[in-house]
Ligand binder design. Structure first.
Ligand SMILES: C[S@@+](CC[C@H](N)C(=O)[O-])C[C@H]1O[C@@H](n2cnc3c(N)ncnc32)[C@H](O)[C@@H]1O
Length: 320
């Protein structure tokens, strides 16, 4: 878990955290957006220490999956140029650099204060990349575009611009909250971008998004796990209780796309979505397959090992 040097739990103001959280909820609900809300460095520090850290756990899960698929050769092969678009405190680029390294990180945010904060934190990494402010007019080549939790704040033109940036990037990793509207919007973006890219993750096929095609109640989302140490850390447990946030529920949606990818082997033939429903003898899971979305039953007496694993999955989230 990486925390800024100056971070101590006792310094955190719960009311400030509540106000920041409320601002995000407002930003998501307001049709006009709410403008630059990064009012102070202290707000950024609070966001970074708590909410961004939580987003970082989602990025860990995403990058694990990308890594396991052998994705992002473009990043592994050389010091990639990475653009963190809507960087906030830069959690996406920090997690990325910690995992893959990077030659140069370009930061973009409508808040100059946020970019300055991100640059400072990137500079504290063990192997700090070069950091610059991104200027679209420079038309810099982008190896990896990172986008994290910005979709609900973007109005028409900003989203159009971002899609154009994605189209000219070699790889795109985009992570959003796992709620239904955000996930559906992300699935539509995946389908829009797909003709120019290969799917690295999470899809087991490169056809149109099965969750969108199915149209019903299901949507493409997953659950990340915070590090085990978080559950036994009384500071984290108390803080999330005070904020009314379930520490165990880390829903996220994402896609990782890459041009001319060099993946390790074929895509898995299916991908579990959401949470399994565990009964005493049957577990019900939603799976995405090349043929579409399907609900499957895992019967304990017939498939003990899989049933046990699904139960453990849910059980881990029920801890703490
Ligand atoms: C919810 S924060 C997420 C920050 C960071 N990516 C993360 O995952 O923690 C959304 C960020 O997008 C930025 N943002 C919103 N609209 C933007 C726009 N039109 N252009 C550039 N940045 C924007 C905000 O200033 C904010 O820093």
């Amino acid at each position: 878990m990486s925390r800024p040097d100056e971070f101590r739990f006792e310094d955190l103001e719960v009311d400030r955290l509540r106000a920041i959280r409320q601002r995000f909820l407002d930003a998501g609900e307001s049709a006009q957006g709410i403008g630059d809300y990064w009012a102070s460095d202290l707000d950024l520090l609070h966001y970074d220490a708590v909410f961004a850290e939580r987003i970082g756990w989602k990025w860990d899960a995403v990058l694990d999956e990308v890594d396991a698929r052998g994705g992002l050769a473009v990043a592994a092969a050389r010091g990639a140029t990475v653009l963190d678009w809507g960087c906030g405190t830069g959690i996406a680029s920090r997690r990325f650099v910690e995992r893959f390294g990077a030659g140069r990180v370009l930061l973009h945010d409508r808040s100059a204060r946020a970019m300055a904060y991100s640059a400072r934190r990137l500079g504290e990494l063990e192997q700090p990349p070069e950091v610059e402010r991104w200027l679209d007019a420079l038309d810099a080549p982008i190896d990896v575009l990172l986008v994290s939790h910005v979709l609900t704040e973007l109005e028409g033109q900003a989203l159009t611009d971002l899609i154009a940036v994605a189209e000219r990037s070699t790889a795109v990793v985009w992570v959003e909250s796992g709620n239904r509207p955000a996930s559906r919007q992300l699935s539509r973006l995946r389908d829009l971008l797909l003709p120019g890219f290969d799917v690295v993750a999470p899809c087991p096929h490169d056809g149109p998004c099965s969750a969108l095609l199915a149209g019903g109640e299901q949507w493409c989302h997953f659950y990340a796990k915070p590090p085990a140490a978080v559950f036994s850390d009384p500071d984290w447990v108390r803080l999330f209780k005070q904020l009314g946030i379930d520490l165990r529920a880390l829903p996220y949606a994402f896609f990782a796309l890459e041009k001319d990818s060099e993946l390790d082997g074929p895509a898995p033939d299916h991908r579990l979505l959401g949470r399994p429903q565990i009964g005493s003898r049957v577990a019900t899971v939603w799976v995405c397959e090349a043929a579409g979305l399907a609900q499957r039953e895992v019967v304990k007496s017939r498939d003990k090992e899989l049933f046990r694993r699904l139960k453990k999955e849910v059980g881990v989230r029920e801890m703490g």
